[in-house]
Design a protein around this ligand. Structure first.
Ligand SMILES: Nc1ncnc2c1ncn2[C@@H]1O[C@H](COP(=O)(O)OP(=O)(O)OP(=O)(O)O)[C@@H](O)[C@H]1O
Ligand SMILES: [Mg+2]
Length: 256
């Protein structure tokens, strides 16, 4: 008798020879050129790079919101085209529906997928608690602060239990204090949910705080370079290894 050993892969991303260009005023703009990247199941990858280097484009291709010109995105070994249930996207603004309560905003995605209202609401309440919004289930978006609204967006994305969470500067619009708290929360949520996380950020410290690897993209078309973040968790922003990595990343962009 043979024993079948099946490896369970969940949320593993493989990018092969991925290229994407746009045409702007009749000129071709090569934004992504021959990108190769492997993201492990449950890994946290941060993407940093100068404005306009193609971070959002890469994330949109991964989300299936944009088709590449060439190359392939595979999830758990299977090529994907278009959007899919394994992936959820969190943008800079939470894009909540103003006429729905927090619970209704969070459960909406499940109801659209055919889950009955009561069980969708129960699941929504679980994720509302997870993002620290217990007590605000019946509030409307206008009654929330920016940080709270963004938490609702995160809860909404988690409720559909994606394998892969794609985030495009999710904390970019928040004030400095709220941002630090939310970074801690994101680190905890990522750990508790075991989800693969791909996060675009302008904030190098945020990248080092959250990620297993930071992918450095450049505008010159050089292939993106991944940098290992071998700092033990939970991370201390003032630890020497943390500070050294921040210095190294800043040097990548000619900053001191
Ligand atoms: N739909 C589009 N049509 C034409 N050009 C586009 C389109 N989307 C993006 N671009 C161009 O592709 C390049 C990369 O854009 P992208 O939004 O991916 O950059 P980014 O790295 O996310 O920048 P930022 O840090 O400012 O958000 C830019 O030069 C932009 O003008
Ligand atoms: Mg962008």
């Amino acid at each position: 008798m043979t024993t079948a050993t099946t490896t369970v892969r969940r949320g593993e991303v493989t990018i092969r020879d991925l290229s994407k260009s746009f045409t702007l005023n009749g000129r071709r703009l090569d934004v992504l050129r021959g990108i190769h990247l492997d993201v492990a199941s449950g890994e946290a990858l941060a993407i940093v790079g100068p404005s306009g280097c193609g971070k959002t484009t890469l994330l949109r291709v991964l989300a299936g919101l944009e088709e590449p010109d060439r190359g392939e995105v595979m999830i758990d070994g299977a090529p994907v085209h278009g959007i899919g249930r394994q992936r959820a996207v969190i943008f800079q603004e939470p894009r909540l529906l103003p006429w729905l309560t927090v619970t209704q905003n969070v459960s909406f995605g499940l109801e659209v997928r055919g889950q009955d209202r009561a069980s969708a609401a129960e699941k929504a309440r679980h994720y509302i608690r997870l993002v620290g919004l217990a007590g605000f289930e019946d509030a409307y978006p206008r009654q929330l602060s920016g940080g709270m609204a963004q938490r609702v967006g995160i809860a909404r994305a988690l409720t559909v239990q994606p394998e892969i969470l794609l985030l495009d500067e999710p904390l970019g619009a928040l004030d400095a204090m709220t941002k630090l708290t939310m970074q801690e929360e994101l680190a905890r949520i990522w750990r508790e949910e075991g989800v693969t996380m791909i996060l675009v950020t302008h904030d190098l410290e945020e990248a080092i705080f959250l990620a297993d690897r930071v992918l450095v993209m450049s505008k010159s078309g050089h292939p993106p370079r991944p940098i290992e973040i071998d700092v033990p968790r939970p991370r201390d922003r003032s630890a020497p290894s943390f500070v050294a990595l921040r210095r190294r990343l800043m040097a990548e962009f000619g900053l001191h």
